[in-house]
Design a protein around this ligand. Structure first.
Ligand SMILES: [Zn+2]
Length: 338
């Protein structure tokens, strides 16, 4: 299997986000809490680490100018708005060796993030920075916060300590408390498949990380899972067309959900890590031809566009037509990647 991290080492799509954040930093408008979200492999951790380093770097910030004027000028010379940290100042080196005293990173891998970890964050933020101008906390995969931890974090977000910055990452905004979401500036990473995988995905279906607020509700979440199961079952020919059609017709979110499900299947078929949802068999994507997925995705996108112009009464017709078109695509040959 391909090494995803290795494949996406350039993360070209992060540049625009870096530019925007640097601009906010220069205008002293960087919010105290950011939530970077995107699918696995989208570069969330990379952007979080970049920001933590960029904030600390002695040679990239005018605030730190007095510390090392000549190095700053050298670093600035080639590029007026410095995007990257210098990599050689004391702070950059301490961060690289993971011993920078004013940066705390919480990264529990796939394990739950406990309330103790968040208490450590609170304690860390209570004291003044030791060598930097502010403290930075990076918490990776906040969808793994326990309920108690999420509530503790919410308190920290509600009572920001001056100048400190929290950078959160997640691949699943649906599972977060809306109150946490609303207190963070959202940074949505939507890498183009084509950027990451070359010409194979050149038709620009990107990672769909649209926030679906309805999935906060358990009934809706279950309905989404059943909908996904019906869709995936039909694509792999394990479920009859009628089941798929019924799932579509009975649901006013069908077009949006379908776009999300197909784009996820496409990423999984390109060896991106599947989203964390044990109820949905994303791995079935490997049974469906990528070109088939791509074509289905395109007809869904165009149906989604058309649906904006349609009266409510015509929506049902549009969805039915879409279901039939997908059926035609699926019944054509080349079902298995080869
Ligand atoms: Zn530096």
């Amino acid at each position: 299997m391909a090494n995803i991290k290795g494949m996406s080492s350039t993360y070209a799509w992060l540049t625009q986000h870096k530019q925007l954040l640097v601009q906010q930093l220069h205008n002293k408008r960087l919010p105290h809490a950011l939530l970077i979200h995107g699918e696995a492999g989208a570069g969330k951790g990379t952007l979080a680490n970049w920001l933590a380093t960029r904030l600390a770097c002695l040679n990239s910030n005018s605030d730190n100018l007095a510390n090392d004027l000549s190095a700053h000028i050298n670093h600035q010379a080639s590029n007026k708005a410095v995007i990257e940290s210098c990599g050689f100042c004391k702070h950059c080196k301490l961060i690289a060796s993971q011993s920078f005293p004013d940066l705390l990173t919480i990264d529990e891998g796939d394990k739950a993030i406990s309330v103790d970890a968040i208490r450590a964050v609170t304690r860390f933020l209570e004291t003044r920075p030791q060598i930097a101008t502010q403290k930075v906390v990076v918490i990776k995969q906040v969808e793994l916060l326990t309920v108690a931890a999420a509530n503790a974090l919410l308190k920290t977000l509600e009572e920001p300590t001056l100048g400190n910055i929290l950078v959160l990452t997640t691949n699943n905004t649906e599972s977060l408390l809306p109150t946490i979401l609303s207190r963070c500036q959202l940074v949505s990473l939507r890498p183009l498949l084509a950027e990451q995988f070359g010409q194979e995905g050149a038709l620009q279906p990107y990672a769909n990380t649209t926030y679906l607020p309805e999935l906060q509700q358990i009934e809706q979440q279950q309905a989404y899972e059943a909908f996904a199961a019906a869709t995936i079952g039909f694509l792999t020919l394990d479920t009859p067309y009628q089941v798929f059609e019924q799932a579509l017709l009975g649901n006013d979110r069908a077009l949006i959900w379908l776009e999300r499900i197909i784009s996820t299947l496409m990423r999984v078929s390109h060896q991106w890590q599947a989203p964390h949802s044990p109820q949905i068999n994303w791995q079935a994507a490997s049974k469906v031809n990528r070109n088939t997925l791509m074509r289905i995705f395109q007809v869904i996108l165009s149906a989604n566009k058309r649906s904006l112009d349609y009266q409510q009464s015509n929506q049902e017709q549009l969805v039915q037509q879409l279901a039939l078109t997908i059926k035609e695509i699926v019944s054509e040959k080349e079902r298995v990647n080869g």
